[in-house]
Design a protein around this ligand. Structure first.
Ligand SMILES: [Fe+2]
Length: 201
């Protein structure tokens, strides 16, 4: 770099990036470049969605109200912490493969497939439905990416997706689902659930 002081450095990233997002550098992992690239791309989508779910849990931890305030306040923060751990696991797998992990909120917002959540407060039942919807999206993505990784020989990514992402999300779905028992909405089918939270197309 030819910069002499911080005043002259172009911080837009045009001159400072040492590896562009969406690329993978070589790693001696006995995995083809195209396999590592496909795995990193799939993991980045799941990472963006997991960061969004993590933050949704904290939002709901803060904003929950009603007679179930206290148990939900605690449950949401527990799941937040577990999702935060998954974020680090996903990001470090992407870097391990030679990729670039998505990290900043503005990039995550442009990338996530989780339906946009309003800034204001919502009823606890709607909070729970939104969480289940995000979990199901991530579970589907994790299964698809796990199958693709296994088919291409990326056993490490397959194991991470199944053992960490899939199992943790399935377990959290159980806990969130049971909170809806007695709400009169737990037995609704997927279509009805989607309409309750005004799901995106
Ligand atoms: Fe807190």
């Amino acid at each position: 770099m030819k910069h002499t002081s911080s005043q002259t450095i172009d911080l837009t990233g045009r001159e400072t990036e040492i590896q562009p997002y969406g690329t993978v550098v070589n790693r001696p992992l006995s995995l083809d470049h195209k396999v590592r690239l496909a795995s990193a791309n799939g993991l980045n989508q799941i990472l963006a969605d997991t960061m969004t779910l993590r933050d949704m849990y904290k939002k709901h931890h803060w904003q929950v109200s009603g007679p179930t305030f206290y148990p939900l306040h605690l449950l949401f923060d527990k799941h937040y912490g577990e999702q935060a751990a998954l974020v680090d696991t996903l990001a470090e797998r992407i870097q391990t493969l030679g990729g670039v992990a998505i990290a900043m909120a503005h990039d995550v917002a442009e990338t996530t497939r989780v339906a946009r959540v309003p800034r204001g407060r919502e009823d606890a039942t709607i909070q729970l439905f939104r969480l289940l919807q995000a979990h199901e999206l991530i579970i589907g993505e994790a299964r698809d990416a796990a199958h693709a990784a296994a088919a291409s020989g990326d056993d490490g990514t397959n194991d991470l997706l199944v053992s960490d992402i899939l199992r943790r999300n399935e377990l959290q779905v159980w806990f969130v689902s049971e909170q809806l028992a007695g709400a009169g909405l737990a037995d609704r089918d997927e279509e009805a659930v989607g309409s309750v939270v005004n799901t995106h197309a």
